[in-house]
Design a protein around this ligand. Structure first.
Ligand SMILES: Nc1nc2c(c(=O)[nH]1)N=C([C@H](O)[C@H](O)COP(=O)(O)OP(=O)(O)OP(=O)(O)O)CN2
Ligand SMILES: [Zn+2]
Length: 128
């Protein structure tokens, strides 16, 4: 089994509605996103997936999140359970990427999206 990963970053503001603490007020992070894929077989170039293709597709999604208030985006607008937490961002990016890479399934599968709010705090989203 092979696994590949790419990382990217974006800057965005958010607040956590219903949260008791300073994170209930608007503030910003430089978020880091790591996406991993797995599969058994390599293509004729010896690649599971071309990093270039992965980076471009991740970048297209992440660009929509860059320099915005995440609470203004439809998936996170209801607040509460839908707050733009690292967990919900990881699930959102995972679901968007799964659609983008559906043509590669079942040979290559997205395994996880991990989102860091800071260098020492992150959340991952995975599916069975
Ligand atoms: N499981 C989660 N917990 C928290 C999240 C989250 O997305 N998932 N988010 C926050 C806030 O966004 C907050 O901005 C980050 O909190 P915290 O780690 O306390 O932030 P600091 O950078 O100030 O950390 P210090 O170590 O205290 O400096 C909260 N929790
Ligand atoms: Zn925060």
């Amino acid at each position: 089994m092979f696994e590949i990963a790419v990382k990217t970053r974006f800057a965005a503001a958010h607040f956590l509605s219903g949260y008791k603490g300073p994170c209930a007020s608007l503030h910003g992070h430089t978020w880091q996103v790591e996406v991993t894929f797995k599969g058994q077989n390599l293509d004729h170039s010896g690649m599971l997936l071309d990093f270039k293709e992965v980076k471009e597709k991740v970048r297209n999604i992440v660009d929509e999140l860059d320099h915005v208030n995440l609470n203004d985006l439809t998936p996170f607008q209801k607040g509460g359970e839908d707050n733009p937490t690292a967990e919900n961002l990881a699930r959102y990016i995972y679901r968007r990427l799964k659609l983008e890479f559906s043509a590669h399934e079942p040979f290559v599968k997205i395994t996880a999206v991990r989102v860091w709010e800071s260098p020492d705090a992150s959340a991952s989203y995975l599916e069975e």
